[in-house]
Ligand binder design. Structure first.
Ligand SMILES: [Mn+2]
Length: 424
């Protein structure tokens, strides 16, 4: 389904008076509105190819219909999102779920939708058909060198696909670990992972980045071989300058102070990218900002402060991705909500009075410091985000227009009710 630009214009026109009133009211009290708007226009969040279909739990999966049946349809879906919000101009592919058959055609289709290829993701957490060795007891940590080699070869294969598509980063998330005490020699497992990653690392082009993702637990429940940011940072430091830590918001133990982790990784120049989602308990993969919007803001507050301290470009120097799953909602509606929540948190963090905050910190004025952060957090920046998206050619309210245009109904008509998308 292709979205004609005039439909967006018509919709925006119908909302113009109300939007202008809200935007001007907000803009009136802000300094450097144009600079902030440009940052919001530039900021793009990659959509994972595996999140375009209905997710499931281990108890069941309830498809909503019209799911993309191929890589081409996945690209079209992300194209739809991007045409609505102009903030999701990249797609992150998962191999082997999305192996491109024709690089030229795939690239052309993405370009037609204004999309770039973000990080490519490898998969050694499940066995594929016709696979020689099993990953049941891990991949890069495995006691058998032949299994490790298979995982290495797969990652190098993923890099090759990425090079062809113009991607410039590889995300490695390993399910490796153990579920019972005594199952693993922790040190040997870690060493095996390091040596395997070293081989993959040396196969990456010089302009590429490797994102080493960590996760506290699941699918293993006793130990995870890359279980936290310390283990990831250790690997990234040993691997070299092209290796970075990737923070997935759902991959921490409860109540972890993620904003502090982010701050220190940035200080070390080792924060590579982000997987956004939200959670109540663990890796719940819920819509970004749906449970803990204040935490999302506090994370962005550290991101902006830390990136500015290092003179980094907010839009391009880190990898921004969503990593979520949708059991109840229409995946495209959910993704629109996630992107919007991220944009709002980013915009709020740009509102923080950094000079006043530094002063409050220097004078131990704790109450003032809290007031400064919450002033920004409690500012309704939605009209600002909407203005940026309209200026970039998007809709003033992407979700509302999505429903008005009956996009899901159209996709069901086009693709059928019983389609199943590859992914989580
Ligand atoms: Mn992730």
């Amino acid at each position: 389904m292709q979205l004609e630009k005039y439909k967006i214009d018509e919709f925006n026109h119908s909302q113009q008076a109300e939007h202008t009133r809200k935007f001007e009211f907000l803009a009136d009290g802000l300094s450097n509105v144009e600079g902030v708007l440009q940052k919001l226009v530039d900021f793009q969040i990659a959509i994972p190819s595996w999140a375009l279909g209905t997710g499931g739990t281990r108890f069941g999966r309830f498809s909503g219909g019209g799911e993309p049946r191929s890589l081409e349809e996945k690209i079209e879906d992300v194209g739809l999102l991007h045409s609505l919000n102009r903030s999701s101009g990249a797609i992150s592919l998962h191999i082997p779920w999305d192996i491109p058959q024709d690089y030229k055609a795939t690239k052309a289709l993405a370009a037609q939708h204004g999309l770039k290829f973000d990080a490519v993701n490898s998969n050694t957490f499940q066995d594929q058909q016709n696979q020689g060795k099993s990953y049941k007891f891990g991949s890069m940590q495995h006691v058998d060198k032949a299994v490790r080699q298979q995982a290495i070869d797969h990652n190098i294969e993923v890099i090759k696909h990425g090079i062809e598509l113009g991607s410039e980063s590889l995300t490695v998330w390993l399910a490796d670990g153990s579920s019972f005490p005594g199952q693993l020699n922790f040190r040997k497992a870690f060493q095996n992972v390091l040596e395997s990653l070293q081989e993959v690392y040396s196969a990456m082009p010089d302009n590429w980045k490797m994102y080493v993702e960590y996760k506290a637990f699941e699918p293993n429940f006793y130990s995870t071989t890359i279980g936290d940011w310390g283990q990831s940072l250790l690997l990234a430091n040993k691997l070299g300058p092209k290796a970075y830590t990737l923070v997935d918001l759902g991959h921490h133990l409860p109540n972890a102070n993620i904003e502090q982790i982010v701050s220190l990784l940035l200080m070390e120049g080792k924060l590579g990218g982000f997987h956004f989602n939200d959670s109540k308990y663990s890796d719940d993969d819920l819509t970004a900002g749906s449970i803990k919007p204040y935490q999302l803001f506090l994370i962005f507050n550290e991101l902006v402060e830390g990136m500015d301290a290092r003179g980094m470009n907010h839009a391009t120097d880190l990898g921004w991705m969503i990593d979520a799953s949708h059991n109840l909602k229409d995946p495209l509606e959910d993704l629109l909500q996630s992107v919007q929540a991220i944009m709002i948190a980013y915009a709020q963090s740009l509102m923080v009075d950094r000079v006043a905050l530094a002063e409050a910190q220097q004078t131990n004025d704790v109450a003032r410091a809290q007031e400064i952060l919450q002033d920004a957090f409690r500012t309704d920046v939605r009209p600002l985000v909407a203005e940026a998206q309209v200026r970039a050619g998007g809709a003033v309210n992407a979700l509302q227009l999505y429903r008005q245009l009956k996009v899901r109904e159209n996709l069901i008509q086009e693709r059928g009710l019983k389609t199943v998308s590859s992914g989580l």
